[in-house]
Design a binder for this molecule. Structure first.
Ligand code: DQA
Length: 146
């Protein structure tokens, strides 16, 4: 069994209802259910919060439990949060940054991620599929059969 954390930041708890033309019609529970179905060999730890500090607390808790592989969609904190970036770097996590929308073809402020330099990689614009691809990568890196 491989443990993977799936973290979603501010406003992502309202997926499915929030600007579906941009973020799609799936809710967060749908995305989580999809991952559970697709990767039965993974023990998933799902967490969503609108609060920066709670996200950091959770990353620390995961690291303390030995959960170092994390898929994260930080929402708008992607563009602003040095604190979240420092947590990822300081905890030595293997993070894949996921965005449902393509952050490079929207408003200019979204085109910069302060998280990307401390992530293993970034998936942007592939909708909910991005979460699956991120998990796939983390599993392959872990050398686990899927
Ligand atoms: C997002 C993109 C961010 O710019 C935005 O603030 C979000 C969602 C995405 O998944 O496309 O909340 O991370």
């Amino acid at each position: 069994m491989t443990d993977i954390g799936v973290m979603n930041g501010p406003n992502l708890g309202r997926l499915g209802r929030r600007q579906p033309e941009i973020y799609g019609r799936l809710g967060l529970a749908d995305i989580e259910r999809d991952l559970l179905g697709e990767f039965p060999e993974v023990t998933f730890h799902f967490f969503q919060s609108n609060h920066e500090g709670r996200l950091i607390d959770q990353l620390e808790a995961w690291a303390d439990q030995g959960i170092r592989r994390v898929v994260i969609n930080p929402g708008a904190l992607t563009h602003t949060s040095y604190a979240l970036r420092d947590a990822i770097e300081g905890l030595d996590l293997w993070v894949v940054e996921v965005h449902l929308s393509n952050i490079y073809r929207r408003e200019g402020f979204r085109a910069h991620s302060v998280i990307a330099p401390v992530a293993r990689g970034q998936i942007s614009g592939l909708g909910a599929l991005g979460y699956r691809l991120a998990v796939r990568y983390l599993l392959d890196e872990a050398g686990v059969e899927a």
